[in-house]
Design a protein around this ligand. Structure first.
Ligand code: GTP
Ligand code: MG
Length: 451
């Protein structure tokens, strides 16, 4: 148990209705008491009570506030805590924090409150990561999954798996103790079936990493095409504002531009890029090089075609991009339909005809973007798999596959059990039952001060 008392602003700095300052540690109440008036209220307070009063430090009246008291272990960190809600404004909160530091608190490190919650057994590592995802997720489904993870539903599943694997190890090891008597406690076929099921579960979870990343950070959509096809006009139309420069001069966009739109709770990260063509212009060439990295990280690529030149004008480019980016879904968008007098026939449901200039077809395109974003994140229920989880889950699968090989080769129970126990330990790393300082530092580097 850490025994100093930490303090930090828990709300974003700036002007707001209220700001919340958090204090946690065994001396939280006595430190808050020193600057709180009326006297005697906080220090003698029962847990989960709220007190109205003034922060007065060195005879200067700073602000009137409410102070909520939580006594250990019934607090976020598991320690004595006080949350002071003051008027929003950087200087007021800063002055109160300085007063509390004067009275014995120390400024908290990023994520230190949650680190204490973990160290005091208030939450496991998967729940800690869920807190970060809950704060950072830019999609509503991402928030819903992170909240389930925080609630601990996934941890329960992992615990069940660990228990099941440990039971298998126990049976294998009991059999070992009675090896002279040739007793069989468990059928190897049954073990194999159970282990194969766990491998499939871990593999599919590890594969959900990419989809979880979409729920966490948004769905990346790169807009590509020949110069003048209307990419920047479409970018502006989807954003409902003039963000990118539009002109009839081919090669207008050089640097790529990135902006978010939110479609029914799904954040779509739109990226407008330089038009693709052979060019001798050095700056334009640099812009075109950047397109490659944008398209590589896109979840979906929209190729814009100027239908007024020809509906097939971009077919070769489309073919080339399909070959270069086999991982990405690529959709052809026919633009500038306001300039043609024939009515295009919709060939496929994904085939979209728009006029970025007049707005015709934009709603249909938005529906397609939302549909694709949701399709790419289906099946994620109670955990947002991150890089750390994916790595551990792959290692669990490898250990269990080794156990299956040992069973198939008729090896001794001792060896089979060893591989399964390694997998159990790795699952323990996932939930944080086995942890080390490096893992914690890495996880908490994502946190902000005050969380
Ligand atoms: N009539 C019509 N003109 C359009 C439409 N979309 C774009 N334009 C015009 O086409 C020209 C090029 O548009 P941009 O949006 O700058 O094209 P771009 O693809 O971003 O071009 P680069 O940045 O050079 O690669 C501008 O004059 C636009 O007004 C459309 O739907 N209809
Ligand atoms: Mg442009």
């Amino acid at each position: 148990m850490v025994d100093d008392t930490i303090v930090a602003l828990a709300t974003p700095p700036g002007i707001s209705g209220l700001a919340v300052i958090r204090l946690s540690g065994k001396d939280s109440l006595s430190i808050a008491e020193k600057c709180f008036n009326p006297k005697g209220k906080i220090i003698n307070s029962p847990t989960h009570t709220i007190h109205f009063g003034w922060i007065i430090h060195k005879d200067i009246r700073i602000d009137n506030v409410t102070a909520s008291v939580f006594l250990e272990p019934k607090s976020y960190t598991g320690e004595n805590s006080v949350e002071i809600a003051c008027h929003g404004g950087m200087l007021i909160a800063d002055e109160i924090i300085n007063a509390l530091i004067d009275c014995g608190a120390r400024m908290a490190e990023p994520g230190e409150f949650t680190r204490r919650a973990f160290l005091n057994g208030k939450m496991d590592l998967m729940q800690v990561e869920a807190v970060a995802d809950l704060i950072h997720s830019v999609t509503v489904p991402g928030i819903i999954v992170a909240a389930r993870q925080l609630h601990g539903e996934f941890t329960v599943r992992i615990s069940k798996l660990r228990r099941m694997l440990l039971d298998i190890c126990s049976l294998l090891e009991i059999e070992l103790d009675f090896s002279d008597e040739d007793l069989t406690f468990v059928k190897k076929d049954k073990i194999k079936a159970d282990v194969v099921e766990v491998i499939a579960f871990c593999k599919s979870l590890a594969e959900s990493y990419k989809a979880a990343e979409i729920l966490r950070s948004g769905f990346f959509v790169g807009i590509a095409g020949f110069p003048n096809s209307g990419k920047s006009t479409l970018f502006n139309a989807l954003l409902r504002k003039k963000r990118a420069i539009v002109s009839e001069i081919p090669g207008t966009t050089r640097d790529y531009l990135e902006e978010n739109i939110i479609l029914n709770g799904m954040t779509i990260k739109l990226i407008d890029t330089a038009g693709l063509r052979e060019t001798q212009n050095i700056i334009e060439m640099e812009g075109i090089k950047l397109v490659q990295s944008v398209l590589e990280q896109s979840n979906l690529i929209l190729v814009l075609n100027d239908i007024s030149i020809s509906p097939k004008h971009s077919d070769e480019l489309l073919h080339k991009l399909n070959k270069e980016y086999p991982e990405q879904k690529i959709v052809l968008i026919q633009n500038k339909i306001d300039k043609i007098d024939f009515k295009p026939i919709e060939q496929k449901s994904d085939y979209i005809y728009i006029s970025a200039k007049t707005g015709e077809g934009i709603e249909k395109l938005e529906n397609l973007l939302e549909r694709e974003a949701r399709k790419n994140t289906e099946g994620i229920v109670d955990v947002l798999v991150n890089q750390r989880h994916a790595l551990l889950l792959r290692q669990v699968s490898e250990q269990l596959s080794a156990a299956i090989c040992s069973i198939d080769e008729g090896r001794e129970n001792e060896l089979i059990s060893l591989d399964i126990r390694n997998a159990v330990n790795l699952l323990g790393e996932l939930s944080g039952e086995n942890w080390n300082e490096d893992v914690l530092n890495n996880i908490f580097s994502r946190f902000c001060i005050g969380k």
